[in-house]
Each structure stands twice: as C-alpha cells, then as structure tokens.
Ligand binder design. Sequence first.
Ligand code: SAM
Ligand code: SF4
Length: 431
Amino acid sequence: MVSDRIRKKITRYFTGENKIIFSNIIPSCDSLANKFAGINELGIYLHIPFCNRICPYCPYNKELFNETRCGDYVDAVIKEIDLYAPFLKDKPVTSFYIGGGTPTTMLGKGIEKIINHLYRHLNMNCSVHMESHPNHLTEDNIRLIKSLGVRYLSIGVEALQERHLKAIERPYTVEEVKKNVERAVAGNFDCVNIDLIFDLPGQTRQEIEQAANDIIKLGVHQVAAYPLFRFNYTRLGKDFQKESNALTTMFRRRSFIKSLEDIFYASDFKRSSVWAFTKDGVDKYCSVTVPLYIGLGASGSTYLNDIFYINTFRSDEYIKTLTEGKLPIALSVALTADMQMAGWLYWRIYETRFRKSDFSRRFNGNFEEKYGSLMKTFSMMGYLKNGNDQITLTDKGSYWIHAFEDFFSISYINKLWGTSFQNPWPEQVIL
Ligand SMILES: C[S@@+](CC[C@H](N)C(=O)[O-])C[C@H]1O[C@@H](n2cnc3c(N)ncnc32)[C@H](O)[C@@H]1O
Ligand code: SF4
C-alpha cells in the first residue's frame, strides 16, 4: 500500500532503519542494573487494566473488573516494584502517572497499598497524576483520591450531548456527568483535566462548540480533546473500516480543531500539548513528564535510553510471571542513537515547545547539525517558530501533528497492541 511505503520512508528518514523490530529478547538483570546506573531521575507509569464496562472505541489494555483478579494484581505490582527497587536505590522519581483502564475501579481495593509501597520503598519526589471515570467521583471517592496524594486528576467525560454519550455507550447522562465534574473541581486539585472526543459519528461543529463552552463553565483547568481514533481491533474500529475518505476526514477535523482553538484561547486557556488546552498559570496534567520512565503493570512500557520494552498485556500472565519472581517483559527493542533522537524529537514536538539546548544536554550533540535544516523548512512552512534556542509549534503545526499521529502512530499502535492483545508472549512484531 502507498501509505505503508510512505510510513517506511519517514521511519528511514528519522531513524536510519527500514523497520522497527520488537522481539521477545528480555534484558538480563545485569544489563538492567547497568542501564539504571547512568540515570539520574526517572518517572513511573502504573497501568490499571480494570474497567466496569468496556467502551466500543477503546484501544487500551483493559478487562472487566474482577475482585479476585484485582487482589492478585495488587500483589503482583508490589512484586514488580520490589524487583526494580535495587536498581533505583535512592534515585529521585520525579513524575508518577496512573492510567488505564480505569484506576478508580481500584479505590479501596488495593490501589492505596500499591501507592504506599511505592512511597515507602522508592524515592518518590512528586505528586500523583491519575485518570478517573466520571461515575466514580462521589464525595467519598474524591476524599479517597486526595488521600492518595493525587493532585492532578483527569476525568473521561468524552461528550456532552445525550445522543453522543449513547452512541459511544458511556453510562451517564449529561446532567450526571456535569455534577460529578463540578464535585471534582470543588475538590481543590492542582489541575482537573477533562477528556473530550470530537469528530464522533454525525457530530456537528456546533455540538463540539457547545461541549467546549459547557466544560469551561464548569471551571475545569484543562481540556484534552482527541479526534475519535479508529483502531481496527476495537468494535467501533471494525464498523468503520469501510468508511475511509481520509481527505474529508482531515478537513472536517481541521474545522473542529479551529473551533476548539478559538473557544479556549478566548477563555484564557493556552495550548499545552498537541491535544490539550490548559488555563493560563496552571501546572498541566499530563502523562509521565520526564524522558526516562518505568512502566509497571500489565502492558506497562519502559524507556531507558537505549532500550524500550513492554510488559505482557494479559493480567493473568503478568501475575503468573511475577509470582515466579521474574519481570513480566514481553517485547523489547534496542534503540540506536538515531532512534533515540527521533523519539526525543517526537515527544518534544508533541509538547509543542522545547529548547534546542535540552537536546545538547541529553545527547551531547548539536541540535542544529542534526535537525537544523528540517526545522528551517518547517518554520518556512509556518509549522513552528524557530528561535535561537526555543522551538514553538504553531496551531498549523499542531494540526499537522494530529494528521501525522492519525497516519503514523495509530497504524503502529494497531500492529503492536493488536498483536499483544492476541498473544501475551509474541515472538516478534515488525513495525
Ligand atoms: C483510559 S481512558 C480514561 C479513563 C476512564 N477509563 C474513562 O474512560 O473515563 C483515556 C482516554 O482516552 C481517550 N480515548 C479512548 N479511546 C479513544 C479513541 N478511540 N479515540 C480518541 N480518544 C480515545 C478518551 O478520551 C479517554 O478518556
Ligand atoms: S474508555 Fe475508559 S472506561 Fe472505556 S474501556 Fe477504555 S479505559 Fe475502560
């Protein structure tokens, strides 16, 4: 297919490789000890795979909540932390993010035990960012969430018209979800983020404008707005495979994003990532904020300079492997210097602004030599502002990252995650 050929060309341009090969080569404890030795600070991502029901569009690693499985999962995550603890010693963990699935399914069911264990055994130097489901935000649960040290809370609202909530099978009404968001906002978190999905089937521009205005009125600090991505291994993705006019989708989405930009900028929000708008002066809610991180839990992924690896997706296999005293790593990829730099650039652009000097610090190299001409071209095309040290993505540039993500990352995720769902221990995945 033409799109596959273009993807290969882009991969080659940025990484020097024709393909990226994930294989079941598991790093030894000695090699991990060496990798950690050169790291000064890192982040932790904890994956909670449980949900009370499964949404038809959701690409993430999730399963229905089950009390017994949840108890075993808590014990397994604690074992995984204990396996990493000797590598970390007292290195500061400066970013901690709990995602899912739905982390709030585990409130009062062991998540507190995991968090306490982390704070007792590692040098946790940060507050907690956590995802939540709106239906879980009762007064009692908000108190519980705060008692865990969560200062940054995200709520999966997704839509604010009954017909769209129904179409994507979200189990609440507009009135209910607004009340729960208001309760969270009153909870005095440093940042309350709302997830919205736009370009839902049949959604009009007026509807997304109404949703954005309504959300702002609730007093939230941040809104992350994603177009509805179609993952071919989800129920909704399968239904949509026939409808594939990429060009009209691109133009339609451009108009939705333009509306969102106008509304948020007029209300004192600033773009804080390709997808998110944050109230001016608020510290943003986001996933792990430091470049290097450990991923705990089923499907957790870890990035340590020259290696990226992913845990098995299946929670039963994850639990079994840790019970045997082994790390639950399923797939890994060794990263060349070019691959590390390309990954670094992708994430910095995603955050919409970065410093060239950070590249020099991280890679001991010259940013201008490596990416200078590419940045000049992008700057001439109006995609970014190319300052002496600072690079800032423009709204036009953010839009093209949207399009790139849909074309590139989604295709990679479809393959990597799609395979990992089917097989807990794949031999190889070639991207
Ligand atoms: C793990 S969920 C959030 C927490 C919780 N599980 C919930 O659904 O409320 C993460 C977010 O990913 C986004 N998301 C999930 N599937 C998506 C898709 N196919 N396209 C775009 N966004 C999606 C939604 O905005 C969702 O809130
Ligand atoms: S969107 Fe959230 S609640 Fe729905 S299945 Fe995915 S993780 Fe679970």
